[in-house]
Each structure stands twice: as structure tokens, then as C-alpha cells.
Design a protein around this ligand. Structure first.
Ligand SMILES: [Zn+2]
Length: 299
């Protein structure tokens, strides 16, 4: 059992999930539905790796499929975050929470009972499990991409704009609000910003390059002849069918090949987007973090 001395808390016991591997630089304490966690920033003295010399690829991150890699023939689909039984249990718990909250309002002047607290904790635990599984998929995907490809082309997507609410204003209400919010949920369920963040640091770690390409019309461009025509996608769902040369492919795969071609055309230089990145990374959803002074580990 390792111990860490945290400012104002003193010695706190913890279980090391892996060897530290270097001198500790900082520590982050966080909490989610499953409990308390501490993560250490460690100096490992590793710079960028030399180019790994592997073939490049383009990746289309879609909504229907989580990711389609141009060199593969099947999309990589994120498994559902919760099993059928877990989803059922979540619904039960949410119903129970609603009843308990109503009761607290009616009979207890809004004071939460211990049972209600337990219900809320159980819901939090399931949600944390779902989030962990999503993060696990994203990490495995980005590590695999960076390790096995010389460069990775991705689209420079403005997630903020893409997932804007369709609700509109009171004066001019939007249309298809529910559909758009469902689409937003599935775009965000794929955590595009997190994927990109991971690819950026993993590429330098594994000798790959992240090439960000302009996203315009990638889904309407024929990867075989380069013709851009929205009608190539007309009415055939996931199928891309070129109106010029007759090329047919899965729409997401066609887009990934086009993204790879665009990445190649940049002549090997990484295009940095003009997007402003926040200087300090924001904490992951649902986690409260505090950055503390240097801890010392023992044992
Ligand atoms: Zn074509």
C-alpha cells in the first residue's frame, strides 16, 4: 500500500494501479461515482519518437460508426456503454429517485433522506461506469491508430458549431429540435475533442503525425475521381454512389479515403488549425479536480 502526503490532508493511503515510472511532478485528486482517484504527473524523460515509417491512413469519425479507418474494411464501432441489464437498473433507479425527491419535497421540507442519497450514489456509479467504458474505447482506438500509422488524417471539425442546439429563440423557434439534440448526443458520445487531444500527444509518442485537413465536402467527394456532388449521397443511406464515375463504397469509408488523400496532399506538413485552444485543459466531465502542491510517495 502506497501513501501520499497531500497538503492539508496529511498522509493518505492509496492503491497504485501501475508503477509510477519516474519522479512525480504533480498530483490531481478527483472523484467520480466509483470513488476517489489520484493521478500523478510523472517526468519520464521521453521526447517525440522518430517517425515510425508505417503507412498513413485517414479516419472518418462518424455518427453511425464510431470511426472508419481508410485502410480497413469495417468500421470500428463503440460498444454500448451499458449492458441491457445495467440500462434497466438505471431506469429503475431514476424512477426511484424521482419518487424519493417528490416525497422529500412533500413531507420533509425538501431534506434528502439517506435512502435518496444512496439512490443518487448508485446512479452516479452506473454513469461513471458508462463514462469509463467510453474513455477506454477512445484510448484503445487512438493508441492503436498512433502506433500503427505513419500519419493520421482527421477532419478539422468545429464540434461547438456542429452540436449547436436547434432550439432557436422564443421569437423564432427552431425546427426538428429533438432530432438535432439526439444527433448532438451521438456526436458527443463519440467524444471528438478528447479523441483529437489524445491523438495529438500519442502521435508524438509513437512516431506518427496527426494531419488535420479541411472538412469541406468530404462526405460528398468521390474518393476515386474527386467529383464533388451532393447527389452522390442521395437517398441511399450509408451508400456512396458517384454520379460521375459510378464508384460505390460505404459512405464513411469513402470519406476516410478522401481524408487520407487530403492529408497526403499537404506534402507531409502538419496543418495547424486556426482554432484557439484553451491554455489550460478543462477537467473531464463529472470530475472535480484540485491541483495541489508536490506530494511525496513512499512504500
Ligand atoms: Zn467518382
Amino acid at each position: 500500500m502506497a501513501e501520499v502526503r497531500l497538503p492539508k490532508l496529511g498522509w493518505v493511503r492509496l492503491r497504485l494501479s501501475r508503477a509510477l515510472g519516474g519522479p512525480v511532478r504533480n498530483a490531481t485528486v478527483s472523484r467520480d461515482g466509483t470513488g476517489w482517484h489520484i493521478s500523478f504527473g510523472v517526468h519520464i524523460g521521453l521526447g517525440s519518437a522518430l517517425p515510425n515509417g508505417k503507412p498513413g491512413c485517414g479516419v472518418d469519425f462518424g455518427v453511425a460508426a464510431s470511426a472508419y479507418v481508410s485502410t480497413e474494411h469495417a468500421p470500428r464501432v463503440k460498444p454500448p456503454g451499458l449492458t441491457v441489464n445495467e440500462r434497466k437498473r438505471l431506469r429503475t433507479l431514476e424512477g426511484r429517485k424521482a419518487r424519493q425527491v417528490t416525497y422529500a419535497k412533500k413531507r420533509r421540507k425538501g431534506r434528502y433522506s439517506n435512502r435518496l442519497r444512496r439512490t443518487i450514489a448508485a446512479i452516479g456509479k452506473l454513469k461513471a461506469r458508462e463514462a469509463n467504458r467510453r474513455l477506454d474505447f477512445t484510448h484503445k482506438l487512438t493508441t492503436d491508430l498512433a502506433k500503427n500509422h505513419g500519419f493520421i488524417g482527421i477532419e478539422d471539425l468545429r464540434v461547438k458549431n456542429m452540436t449547436k442546439s436547434a432550439r432557436g429563440t422564443v421569437a423564432s423557434p427552431g425546427t426538428r429540435v429533438a432530432q438535432k439534440s439526439g444527433l448532438n448526443r451521438s456526436v458527443l458520445d463519440n467524444c471528438p475533442d478528447e479523441r483529437r487531444r489524445q491523438l495529438e500527444y500519442k502521435c508524438s509518442l509513437y512516431g506518427s503525425r496527426l494531419v488535420v485537413v479541411p472538412p469541406f465536402h468530404t462526405s460528398q467527394t468521390c474518393a476515386a475521381c474527386g467529383a464533388i456532388d451532393p447527389r452522390s449521397r442521395e437517398g441511399c443511406g450509408r451508400l456512396f454512389s458517384c454520379t460521375q464515375c459510378g464508384h460505390e463504397d460505404d459512405a464513411d469509408h469513402n470519406a476516410s479515403v478522401e481524408i487520407e488523400a487530403r492529408a497526403r496532399r499537404t506534402g507531409g506538413s502538419v496543418i495547424n488549425s486556426t482554432r484557439r485552444h484553451p491554455a489550460v485543459p478543462s477537467p473531464a466531465h463529472g470530475r472535480r479536480r484540485m491541483r495541489e502542491a508536490l506530494p511525496t510517495t513512499s512504500g
